[in-house]
Design a protein around this ligand. Structure first.
Ligand code: COA
Ligand code: MG
Length: 315
């Protein structure tokens, strides 16, 4: 279903331990755009193999609506990766949309997953290419190689920043894992945010911010989420149900922004097709092809979030 899901909204991406039937059942009924059943860090080593069958059962038997549905497998430096794919993708059926690969260091690791998926899909009777890939960048090597990683497979749909593991990989002395540090002049994560965003966009991928671990601090969550939302990230992880509605609101344009963006798209189309001009005035500002692109993205995001226009430029 990578066809179906490539352009679907991922404002809120909810992480759910695949070892917990209770949380998976709850997740299916929540309003997250995307849910991933985690076999990696939220699952204890002793539960890893048992969690695969629980994930398969949840994928097949719960009603996931039109959510993007994903399983996070274990990274290639464990003994579980290929077997996670064989057991889960091999049995889950067509409703599973994607697999998330954590701790991606090199493009070759994405290619390896792509090749395993080819074989598992054929054996399971799925169309080859059905399963999309989400790549998590959360190591120093992964960030250095992110441009090649984002271009490594046509299955790739998103690239994700994993801030906590990234801080650990960098040996950053702070335990904050990407949270703002007031003593530091500027945003010490800005380069990381931008590098991942550029690599993702250059390859047509959605770009997603990782978790905020202080689940009781919803104001802090909002402030953190603003940092990547302002840059144009498509969405962010939620690790608790209370974070989901905040992300759905924050990563969608407001009604006013949506109306204005739609007006700009219309005004520009009229100007270029009618007057055959490339730059025109819209109210008190000049708009051109670059403004149209920005406006078209905002309009598309609003449509994805279910907004409809309350007025048109002609009114
Ligand atoms: N997905 C679905 N349901 C969840 C959930 C999640 N990620 N986190 C909590 N819930 C459910 C709980 O089961 C509980 O359900 P109930 O009201 O039907 O009993 C309800 O939401 C309220 O949960 P709460 O009691 O506030 O939290 P908790 O103590 O049960 O769980 C965590 C706290 C952190 C253990 C839990 O949120 C969690 O496991 N989150 C995901 C962690 C993860 O995936 N980490 C890896 C990626 S960073
Ligand atoms: Mg991680």
């Amino acid at each position: 279903m990578s066809h179906r899901t490539r352009q679907l909204p991922r404002r809120s991406c909810l992480s759910v331990p695949a070892s917990s039937e209770k949380m998976m059942a709850k997740a299916a009924g929540l309003g997250a755009d995307m849910v991933f059943l985690d076999l990696e860090d939220a699952v204890a080593p002793s539960e890893k193999e048992g969690a695969r069958a629980k994930a398969v059962d949840a994928i097949k038997n719960l009603d996931w609506g039109d959510k993007v549905l994903c399983v996070r497998i274990n990274s290639w430096d464990t003994k579980w990766t290929a077997f996670d794919v064989i057991e889960v993708v091999g049995s889950a059926g067509p409703r599973l949309d994607e697999v998330m690969l954590p701790k991606v260091d090199t493009a070759a690791q994405v290619v390896a997953l792509d090749l395993v998926l080819n074989q598992v899909e054929i054996r399971a009777g799925l169309p080859v290419g059905h399963i999309g890939i989400e790549a998590q960048i959360e190591t120093a090597r992964g960030l250095i190689n992110v441009e090649e990683i984002c271009a490594a497979s046509p299955r790739l749909e998103t690239v994700i920043l994993g801030p906590v593991d990234f801080s650990a990989s960098m040996g950053m002395p702070s335990l904050a894992g990407g949270l703002a540090i007031p003593e530091y002049p500027g945003d010490y994560f800005h380069y990381v945010f931008m590098k991942i965003l550029m690599a993702g966009r250059a390859n047509g991928l959605q770009v997603i911010d990782g978790p905020y671990v202080k689940i009781a601090d919803l104001d802090g969550f909002r402030q953190y989420s603003r940092r990547t939302q302002i840059l144009g990230y498509d969405g962010k992880w939620a690790i608790h149900p209370s974070q989901v509605p905040i992300l759905n609101e924050m990563f969608a344009p407001s009604q006013a922004q949506f109306d204005r963006a739609s007006d700009i798209v219309d005004a520009y189309r009229e100007a270029t097709e009618g007057d055959r001009r490339g730059a025109v005035m819209f109210g008190d500002e000049m708009i051109d092809e670059a403004s149209r692109k920005v406006a078209a993205k905002v309009a598309a995001l609003g449509e994805r979030a279910g907004l409809t226009r309350t007025r048109t430029a002609q009114e």
